[in-house]
Design a protein around this ligand. Structure first.
Ligand SMILES: [Zn+2]
Ligand SMILES: [Zn+2]
Length: 382
């Protein structure tokens, strides 16, 4: 089958790889109809992880079931399904408690959490390909309704970014009527803004410096704050009567940098601590990693950060962090889409065939204006 293969930093190609196939009785095999390029793919694309050469990216996947193993009961050939980016078994101690983001059976011994096409997440083959093997298929596959094809650009957000944005807001502790500031207006930050609106936030503020992202934020009623022009902490303070936002969300991750381009993995975290009120909450879903050999200084190379713990402690804030347990949310978010209560596809800028993926990576990695979210459609002719 054709798949998007990582050859090394800034080098991907569409190449022939062995077909994905049923390997165990509970596997489901899908033909991929939509698969997104994600901001977290870019950490790997840039060579800032230990993602191995020759592997296939792609963890935001929708497909049509073409074959099921003998042990699969619920999912049938012909179903359109969304696969959570978390590969999870459903019956380990963590999965039993709903913590499918830290499944104990989907990674090597001693590591928790699996994902398709991701560094250090169990080696699962990604879905930026014609076919994808979904293990533990009955547990993993979320079946999509009749309008699956028509709303595919919405449903494809259920694998990762919509639940991840939702999780950031959930971890922040947002209650209806409260205010929230989101650092990072990329796809996850925009999903956090959408989630906060659906959850009844009185005011959603979003900090970024890319005009296309800020425009998208404004389209759903968020207040766009351009940190290349103004001090975001001052702006948030002004918008909240001097108190600070009730809640905050970190949607950038360890490659955060200031508007001048200086990389500092604590930049957004420290601005969040400063922007959020005393006793407020922060949800951190941007990716951070234990070692970062490509980091700009020794501290960041060791996965450490100059986090303003003094101010965080002094203000009595709380913070939740880590990858989202997609299955906790994806069923209900699917139903919000089906009922036209949420339309996450508003951020999609491109639908492209798989052949165009290498070019799309270049544009998306450069944060070129107008490349806000790329959906690949491998079944579509080039
Ligand atoms: Zn993703
Ligand atoms: Zn598990």
């Amino acid at each position: 089958m054709k798949a998007l293969v990582y050859n090394g930093p800034h080098d991907v190609s569409v190449s022939d790889v062995p077909d994905a196939r049923i390997e165990r009785p509970n596997d489901v095999l899908v033909r991929i109809t939509a698969t997104n390029i994600c901001g977290s793919d870019l950490h790997m694309y840039e060579g800032r992880t230990d993602f191995e050469q020759g592997r296939v990216f792609g963890h935001e996947n929708v497909g049509k079931v073409v074959e099921v193993g003998d042990g699969v009961d619920k999912v049938a050939v012909g179903d359109m399904v969304s696969a959570p980016f978390n590969v999870s078994c459903g019956h380990c101690q963590n999965c039993e408690h709903g913590l499918t983001n830290y499944c104990l059976a989907a990674n090597v011994a001693g590591m928790a959490g699996g994902a398709y096409g991701f560094a250090d997440m169990g080696g699962w083959v990604g879905g930026q390909a014609e076919l994808l093997r979904i293990p533990w298929g009955d547990f993993q596959c979320l079946r999509l309704p009749e309008d699956a094809a028509e709303k595919q650009n919405d449903y494809v957000m259920l694998s990762d970014i919509f639940p991840t944005g939702w999780h950031a807001v959930e971890m922040s502790g947002l209650k209806p009527g409260e205010t929230i500031v989101i650092y990072g207006g990329g796809p996850v930050g925009l999903m956090a803004a959408l989630s906060a609106s659906v959850k009844g936030a009185a005011k959603v503020m979003i900090v970024d410096r890319h005009p296309d992202r800020l425009r998208l934020a404004e389209q759903i009623g968020a207040i766009a704050i351009d940190d290349s022009k103004v001090d975001p902490v001052e702006q948030v303070t002004e918008h909240t009567k001097g108190v600070g936002a009730d809640r905050g969300a970190e949607c950038v991750g360890y490659q955060a940098h200031d508007p001048q381009g200086n990389e500092d993995n604590a930049d957004t975290l420290n601005k969040l601590v400063a922007s959020v009120r005393f006793t407020g909450g922060i949800g951190t879903v941007g990716v951070f990693i234990p070692q970062d050999p490509g980091g700009p200084d020794e501290l960041s190379q060791q996965g450490k950060a100059r986090f303003d713990f003094g101010n965080f402690w002094f203000k009595g804030q709380q913070m939740g962090c880590g990858q989202a347990p997609v299955k906790r949310y994806n069923r209900h978010l699917r139903d919000l889409i089906a009922a036209d209560k949420a339309t996450p596809s508003w951020i999609v800028s491109h639908n492209l065939p798989l052949e165009k993926a290498p070019d799309a990576y270049k544009h998306f990695d450069a944060r070129e204006d107008g490349w806000t979210k790329v959906v690949l459609n491998p079944a579509q002719a080039a």
